[in-house]
Design a protein around this ligand. Structure first.
Ligand code: TEU
Ligand code: CA
Length: 562
């Protein structure tokens, strides 16, 4: 397998609004991140992915950009960004920035021009259509509730927005749009950034006919997915981007690809390097979705999860490259979702077991801020505690059409809302959690008094030090990066066990992903193997291994004759 730095890296995602406030206005900022670089270096991560900090009205916390080459003042200045980039580079860490080019803000000068008249030169930068029968051009629903079309009175036409009505979709079929985006990307690359995380990049190419979509039972809108996700020209456009921009630099590029299949991933992230270096798939995060999209409180089934992740591990082997993640700014906290946050001891054990299970796989691991502490979901009260546009819009739509009672919808939000990931980073036990001296823009999780970085840095058996150890192992054992993966015990409802194999070495990773004791028969060939790491006490490695709740371990056999 071809070696590459981005295969050997661990990425840390920073959501700037919630990471570190430096001036007491309650909003995290770039100087705040700069101040925490030594913490990140101590954790040992190689790459920082920083979510949007560009000029933006902030309707979707920066995923609605009005100037791609300017910094939103509440996050700082361009000089702050330059200092941050230099500070990361000086510590041997790379910086990947968010590229949000499926849509802009409706305050972007391109859109302001585009909407001004039907014959404006920038009209075709966006997707405009005539209405039909006094309504929108088709029945598509937006990802953030309501129609995906909004009528613009000035010209009497509708514009497409697959997300909020303040996020008009760019028209990638227009070559001028592609050139504008490529020019902007080169500008950041020339500044020295090390890559891009590409927001919903699988949605940039739309089927021009735009027929009505299939309606889910109980919904008044149809799905745009078959006509938008992995659309007709997406690969041609990414190949052009690769030729004209990406291939001119040495970058990590990760496409956020909702609706990704294994076959599609092998195109987006193909090993020949003609598109991106890797992609985010969503299937494991959708396992507890279902009919009501994500709004439920269902649990992920472990046997299904194992089959699914194994499909990705085997399906991409030698053909593409996986990204590994449990958490990001759009997902609830994994320890509350798949682990057990009911007591501090169980919280720490389950956070570690989940981390071990993911970090021994093939692919590039992503750690989302606070995950390395085992940060949990948040005891939000009523709707007034939420800030996320997706959550608030969904609440209004789904209670108004009686899909859910207000009480049930709030339960679903408390379990699944993106805001669970967006409360301030818990640095220490002082008021404001060390995040801010002012009033935070969203509530701090009250468990910060005991669950925080300062406490964990001082305690050798903390979740922080466990993540640090996992990252170190990846840096010192090629087998963890490049070894091939094989699942053991596909039907075991408690234990996730798999091997990795490389050049006569074999690694075994075993995790009890339940709160009940389990037992595991050590496969032949691992007698006398070296223990790399364990959750819970070191297991006794003879024949039948007993695993306590959330116990796990990884073994390395050097001369595996297997
Ligand atoms: O997310 C895209 C996306 O697919 C999400 O809307 C996802 O379906 C949802 O969050 C799951 O609940 C990206 C960004 O990561 C997200 O923060 C933005 O809101 C969105 O694009 C629009 O830019
Ligand atoms: Ca601030």
């Amino acid at each position: 397998m071809k070696k590459a730095w981005w295969k050997e890296s661990v990425v840390y995602q920073i959501y700037p609004r919630s990471f570190q406030d430096s001036n007491g206005d309650g909003v995290g900022d770039l100087p705040g991140i700069l101040r925490r670089l030594d913490y990140l270096k101590e954790l040992g991560v190689d790459v920082l992915w920083i979510s949007p900090f560009y000029k933006s009205p902030g309707g979707d916390n920066g995923y609605d950009i009005s100037d791609y080459q300017a910094i939103q003042p509440e996050f700082g200045t361009m000089e702050d960004f330059d200092r941050l980039l230099a500070g990361a580079h000086a510590r041997g860490m790379r910086v990947v920035i968010d590229l949000v080019v499926n849509h802009t803000s409706k305050e972007h000068p391109w859109f302001i021009e585009s909407r001004s008249s039907r014959d404006n030169p920038k009209r075709d930068y966006y997707i405009w259509r005539d209405g039909k029968n006094g309504g929108p051009p088709n029945n598509w629903g937006s990802n953030f509730s309501g129609s995906a079309w909004t009528l613009d009175e000035t010209t009497g036409q509708y514009y497409l927005h697959t997300f909020g009505d303040f996020q008009p979709d760019l028209n990638w079929d227009n070559p001028a749009v592609r050139q504008e985006v490529f020019r902007m990307m080169r500008w950041w690359c020339d500044k020295g950034v090390d890559g891009f995380r590409m927001d919903v990049i699988s949605m940039i190419s739309k089927t021009p006919e735009m027929p009505d979509g299939e309606r889910k039972p109980g919904s008044s809108y149809g799905s745009f997915a078959p006509y938008v996700v992995n659309g007709p020209n997406v690969h041609a456009y990414l190949q052009q981007m690769n030729r004209e921009v990406l291939s001119q630099y040495d970058l990590l590029t990760v496409g956020e690809c909702s609706g990704l299949t294994v076959d599609q991933a092998c195109r987006y992230a193909n090993a020949d390097g003609t598109e991106l270096t890797m992609a985010f798939q969503f299937e494991h995060m959708d396992l507890d979705g279902g009919e009501s999209f994500k709004w439920n409180t269902r649990k992920i089934d472990l046997v299904e999860l194992k089959a699914l992740l194994t499909k990705w591990q085997k399906g991409l082997e030698d053909r593409a490259w996986n990204s590994l993640y449990w958490c990001n700014h759009d997902q609830p906290r994994i320890v509350s979702r798949m682990g057990d946050d009911s007591t501090p001891a169980l919280r720490e054990k389950s956070a570690k077991a989940l981390a071990l299970c993911l970090h021994m796989m093939q692919g590039t691991p992503y750690v989302y801020q606070g995950e390395e502490l085992g940060m949990t979901n948040v005891p939000f009260g009523g709707l007034e505690d939420f800030r996320d546009v997706e959550s608030i819009n969904a609440y209004h739509e789904l209670t108004a059409n009686h899909t859910f009672t207000p009480q049930r919808m709030l339960e679903c939000l408390r379990y699944k809302s993106r805001d669970n990931a967006r409360t301030p980073m818990q640095w220490d036990s002082s008021a404001g959690a060390g995040f801010t001296t002012g009033t935070p823009w969203i509530m701090v999780n009250p468990n910060y008094t005991s669950l925080n970085a300062a406490e964990q840095l001082a305690r050798p058996d903390s979740v922080f030090h466990f993540y640090q150890a996992l990252i170190r192992l990846r840096h010192t054992h090629e087998i963890i990066v490049y070894g091939s993966y094989d699942l053991l015990l596909p039907d075991d409802p408690q234990v996730y066990a798999y091997t990795r194999t490389l050049n006569g070495q074999k690694l075994l990773c075993v995790c009890n992903l339940t709160g009940r004791p389990a037992s595991f028969a050590l496969p032949a060939g691992f007698a006398g193997a070296r223990l790399l790491i364990s959750v819970g006490d070191a297991p006794s490695l003879d024949g039948q291994v007993t695993l306590g709740p959330w116990d796990g371990f990884a073994l390395l056999q050097d001369n595996a004759e297997l």
